[in-house]
Design a protein around this ligand. Structure first.
Ligand code: MTE
Ligand code: MO
Length: 366
């Protein structure tokens, strides 16, 4: 039945490109497994991918939250081999840009927002292997007063509006850092590719992608709350529906669904087709997915193809035998175990984060 869909052949270009960024084409995921293959995984770079030799790389931990005091001049260092010798963990988790789906604010809701105009392809799921951040923090000697840790990337300083914001860095509360954060050196069984943070990146499961700092070079551990542009001016919700001065810094991702289909996919009338897609939430496993093949007039539950788990998407399918020719809109609406269901309209914010509305996928029946 899989071959019945007359999906246009995959475009020669694997990604949809937006300047220094590239999003995964959803049709490319059809027939792949649970994990996004490394060569299809979206890339979001503030500047450009640096080339870093693992043998020269060091991770420096410093700051007032380490036992031994506020000593930037007494950092604790780990080489790549040091990390490799520590007990490792393997974790399946998505990395998803906070702005994934952002183009929907303009195309669906007529709202102007700033930022990369992503479709739904700024997400990928990988099997990450590395060392728990908690292991490294405890080895470095955590003070009982530590509250925040701030990983910083080795990529170039980010210049925005003619002003340097410094290198990409964003504070994490210690509670999250100790809970499930990984310093990852492998992605789907391979050394981390350069575009995804070689030799080591931070992986913060279920949180907005900006928390998962790539090419990490140092981590400030602080006994005071930390601030950077990436948790003050950026990655908060601003706008009339949000608190004056912005929401709290974004943490968990929202709920979304996507069909594994090219835009403008074509189906044959009277034939049985299998529609496939994936749904995910940063608030917990997906509980159910409902699909409409008639623009929202009627809905039926999708079959979940795997047991929903936290921090990752769930694949699903429905069968569909179109009875009339013409265009129609396919919709998928997920509900998560935290009790949230994808709305029809996403809550406006000036930077277009956390788009969660149901996105109609227009297809043609011939
Ligand atoms: N880390 C560094 N050092 N520099 C960056 O530009 N981009 C962040 C995050 N980590 C970024 C970074 C953003 S906004 C996202 S969405 C994810 O990396 C993207 O990860 P990926 O490129 O591996 O898909
Ligand atoms: Mo992002």
């Amino acid at each position: 039945a899989d071959g019945d869909t007359v999906v246009k052949p995959l475009p020669p270009e694997k990604f949809v490109r937006h300047g220094t960024n590239a999003e995964t084409r959803w049709e490319a995921l059809r027939g792949t497994g649970h994990h996004t293959p490394n060569d299809l995984f979206f890339v979001r770079n503030h500047t450009a991918t640096p080339r870093i030799d693992a043998d020269d790389w060091r991770l420096r931990l410093w700051g007032s939250g380490l036992r031994g005091g506020p000593a930037e001049d007494r950092p604790v260092e780990f080489g790549h081999d040091d990390l490799r010798r520590l007990p490792s963990v393997t974790r399946t988790a998505f990395v998803e840009c906070a702005g994934n789906g952002r183009s929907g604010y303009a195309t669906r809701q007529g709202e102007t927002v700033s930022g990369t105009p992503w479709g739904l392809g700024a997400i990928g799921v990988a099997r990450w292997r590395g060392v728990p951040l908690s292991t490294v923090l405890r080895r470095a000697g955590l003070s009982p007063y530590a509250v925040d840790v701030q990983p910083r990337g080795l990529d170039a300083e980010y210049v925005s509006g003619g002003e340097s914001l410094g290198r990409v860095r964003r504070p994490l509360p210690l509670s999250k850092a100790l809970h499930d954060v990984v310093l990852a050196y492998e992605m789907n069984g391979e050394p981390l590719p350069p575009d995804h943070g070689h030799p080591v990146r931070v992986l913060v499961p279920s949180w907005v992608g900006i928390a998962s700092v790539k090419w990490v070079g140092d981590i400030e551990v602080s006994a005071q709350p930390l601030f950077s542009p990436w948790n003050t001016a950026l990655y908060r919700l601003f706008g009339p529906a949000h608190p004056e001065g912005g929401s709290a810094p974004l943490t968990r991702q929202t709920l979304k669904s996507a069909f594994e289909l090219a835009s403008g996919a074509v189906f044959r009338v009277g034939h049985g087709h299998v529609l496939t897609g994936r749904s995910w939430s940063g608030a917990g496993p997906v509980a159910r997915v409902d699909v409409s093949t008639d623009g929202g007039a009627s809905w039926r539950p999708a079959r979940l193809l795997e047991r929903p788990r936290p921090d990752t998407w769930t694949r699903w399918s429905v069968t569909w035998k179109p009875r009339t020719r013409g265009t129609t809109r396919l919709l998928a609406r997920a509900t998560d175990t935290a009790g949230r269901t994808q709305p029809d309209v996403s809550l406006y914010n000036t930077q277009g984060y956390l788009f969660d509305a149901v996105v109609p996928h227009e297809v043609t029946v011939v």
